[in-house]
Design a binder for this molecule. Structure first.
Ligand code: GDP
Length: 476
């Protein structure tokens, strides 16, 4: 029912700072992320000479769905994503935990990955999203889905902190998700855990005995050393979060992955986040809907229902929703179909408005609550030297009113993960002597982000300066 200052500004195509100023004149101190009630929002719109139409899509959809998502509230298990540099052992760790903890079904054990699984630990249940790699995590975030409560950051003890380790830390921070560090490959002769602890501390990830708030656990995904302690650390971290959810009532949650199966049709792995998802329910997921023909747990066994933090495979949708799409149980098939169709027809408009919003000069946001506007930048370059030169120059461009915030920078091609981070940060993406990968391009285009390539540092700096001056010439 509410709209944030930033969203309202975006709707009116004015700068957030102007809305903040207007609110200030009306005696309201507000930041860009502050939600406004309807009356205030209408007042602002009128004051700024805009027409308004109260169309709350969610409200409309909820009305159409005729479902109240409520029930008994109780604690729920944490959902964990494993991140880290390539070859540091993410897959091995996930595999080890899955094989040693998930009780094998009668149908011959676990032969398939369904993208998520849950295990019992000494301190209770933990759900793992079995999709290592940062792309899955950021893709979900880019859709506004919050599916992860705790991140296990895997760092190989014989290799130390590497670029994707730092990237994972950046993602975790941006999402506000706590990290538990797993120092992996401790079975190796060359293991040097102290080095990992030292290097991570330089990136602000500091162990508890040094006054930080991050747990570091030494493990081996091969021998199983430390895995119990790791699970315990995750549970401890989760307890601090006091995670709760409805345990009864209609189910809803998030799509983890989906695919089209020759024999079974659309198959979606979903994570229930609230309520109960039951076989026979009509569900709506993204722009698709259907009656749940079967639910399969992570061992491939049929299930009648799934509750909070439980991942299940769903059969019966009429298409494959995107990872990160919300799913909800609907009152009936007609309601689900109507909303699915409504969403489908809205997609075009939504993409258009995203594109408008993300254009370079719309990227300013009053981030720190001050009057200073921030241009978020994701920067990739071919060599470290250029990267440092550009970063240095960009940071110098700021003044009292505007500044550049480098959300992420690195050497190498613009990856899908870079693009997703840029979407969640509303950042502009710069490639200096590097280009975006095919997947990254796709993400960038879908998100309507501004992607620019340069091979002369001064050109890049000049464009940013011009952008900061709010007078960047339109793209050719
Ligand atoms: P990912 O890219 O992070 O998913 O890493 P993988 O799980 O694929 O592991 C990369 C390599 O490291 C593989 O050859 C694994 O067998 C090896 N590896 C992973 N964990 C351990 C470990 O704890 N000890 C040792 N010695 N090797 C490991």
């Amino acid at each position: 029912e509410s709209i944030t200052v930033g969203e309202l500004a975006q709707q009116m195509a004015v700068k957030s700072a102007d809305v903040v100023k207007m609110l200030f004149k009306m005696g309201v101190m507000a930041t860009v992320n502050q939600p406004l009630d309807q009356d205030t929002a209408i007042l602002i719109a009128e004051e700024m000479g805009h027409k308004y139409l109260i169309v709350n899509d969610n409200l409309l959809e909820d009305t159409m769905m005729e479902v109240t998502y409520s029930g008994e509230v109780g604690p729920r298990a944490p959902v964990v994503t494993v991140m880290g540099h390539v070859d540091h052992g993410k897959t091995s760790l996930l595999d080890f935990i899955r094989k040693s903890r998930v009780t094998a079904g009668e149908s011959g054990g676990i032969t398939q990955h369904i993208g998520a699984y849950h295990v019992e630990s000494a301190r209770g249940m933990i759900t793992f999203l079995d999709t290592p790699g940062h792309a899955a995590f950021t893709a979900m975030r880019a859709r506004g889905a919050k599916a992860t409560d705790v991140i296990i950051l895997v760092v190989a003890a014989d290799d130390g902190v590497m670029p994707q380790t730092i990237e994972a830390v950046t993602h975790a921070r941006a999402a506000g998700v706590p990290i538990v560090v797993a120092i992996n490959k401790m079975d190796k002769e060359s293991a040097d855990p102290e080095r990992v602890i030292n290097e991570l501390s330089q990136h602000g990830v500091i162990q508890e005995s040094w006054g930080g708030d991050t747990q570091f656990i030494q493990v081996s995904a091969h021998s199983g050393l430390g895995i119990d302690e790791l699970l315990e650390a995750v549970s401890l971290q989760a307890e601090l979060l006091e995670l709760r959810a409805h345990h009864t009532g209609p189910g809803k949650g998030v799509v983890i992955e989906s695919s089209l199966d020759k024999g079974r049709g659309a198959v979606a792995t979903v994570l229930v986040q609230s309520g109960l998802l039951k076989r026979g329910d009509v569900i709506l997921a993204g722009s698709f809907y259907g009656r749940v023909r079967a639910l399969l747990d992570e061992t491939g066994k049929p299930a009648d229902q799934a509750g909070p933090s439980i991942p299940v495979e769903v059969l019966g949708l009429n298409g494959t929703p995107n990872a990160g799409d919300e799913f909800v149980v609907a009152e009936n098939e007609r309601a689900a179909r109507d909303v699915a169709n409504l969403r489908y027809s809205r997609t075009k408009g939504a993409i258009h408005s995203l594109q408008q919003a993300a254009k370079l000069d719309a990227l300013f946001a009053n981030m720190d609550g001050s009057e200073r506007k921030v241009l978020n930048v994701v920067l990739k370059a071919d060599v470290r030297g250029s990267l440092e030169a550009i970063t240095g120059s960009l940071l110098k461009l700021g003044n009292d009113e505007v500044k550049v915030n480098i959300v992420s920078s690195g050497v190498g091609a613009i990856s899908e993960s870079d693009s997703n981070l840029a979407i969640s940060a509303h950042a502009v993406v710069f490639g200096f002597n590097v280009r975006a990968t095919g997947n990254a391009r796709e993400v960038i285009e879908r998100g309507g982000l501004d992607l620019r390539y340069y091979n002369v540092i001064y050109d890049l700096i000049d464009d940013v300066r011009a952008a900061l001056n709010g007078m960047l010439s339109p793209e050719l």
